[in-house]
Design a protein around this ligand. Structure first.
Ligand code: MN
Length: 228
């Protein structure tokens, strides 16, 4: 038996609708995957290859837990996203085979310290501290693909304090789920437990302490958190 010199970290796990827990290995996120969001961030949706960043697995926030307003920012933004849970790994996965690697789907929020991200972009520096901070990934229950199938279209929306903020359709993704899995698996070998946040539609904006964020993806599920 391995003698760990400190207690090993707990495994982050996301509840599965209907029972059980999905253990998380890594959290990948797609940047700029809806044309209108790409434009609102100053990019050109017709000219960019997909790109990825990561969050630590233990940055996930589950079971609707409150999200402490993070330090070192005055511009905390919401990004409502479809999350893909990888059930079987692989590298150089063909688009035609990609959906067979998916365990299920969830609704998630890629919370972003936009001011830190903007400063990093301007300085040619990493995004990590703008994206991968503590509690930056609220995620709802994972719905198994065996029950809901593989949603390629359907409403994705976020309301804050009951007021609509983001409202789009999964069909507007620039890189759909099979394309995203295929591309990412060419960069890294995907493994069971990996999550992929697949990018946000337009309408990202700031939240403040006290705000209640409620997101829903039709046929997939919901995500909720309150900023404290
Ligand atoms: Mn995002």
């Amino acid at each position: 038996m391995t003698h760990y010199v400190i207690d090993p970290p707990a495994i982050t796990a996301v509840p599965v609708a209907g029972g059980g827990m999905f253990p998380v290995r890594r959290v990948f996120c797609v940047g700029r995957n809806y044309a209108e969001h790409t434009r609102e961030m100053g990019g050109d949706p017709d000219r960019e290859e997909p790109f990825f960043f990561t969050k630590p697995a233990d940055a996930l926030l589950i079971n609707g837990a409150d999200m402490p307003y993070p330090p070192k920012t005055a511009d905390l933004h919401h990004e409502m996203e479809l999350v893909v849970a990888i059930g079987t790994g692989g590298k150089d996965i063909a688009e035609a085979d990609a959906l067979a690697h998916v365990y299920g789907y969830a609704a998630g929020l890629d919370m972003t310290r936009r001011d830190l991200q903007a400063a990093a972009k301007k300085g040619g520096k990493p995004w990590d501290m703008g994206k991968g901070f503590d509690c930056s990934g609220p995620v709802g229950e994972i719905a198994p693909a065996s029950q809901i199938g593989h949603p390629a279209a359907g409403k994705i929306e976020l309301v804050v304090n009951g007021v609509p903020r983001q409202n789009s359709d999964l069909a507007k993704q620039i890189w759909n789920v099979p394309e995203t899995i295929s591309y990412l698996s060419g960069l890294v070998e995907l493994a069971p437990g990996d999550l992929i946040f697949t990018g946000t539609p337009e309408g990202v904006a700031a939240v403040v302490s006290g705000d209640v964020l409620e997101g829903e993806i039709a046929g997939v599920g919901t995500v909720r958190t309150r900023i404290i």
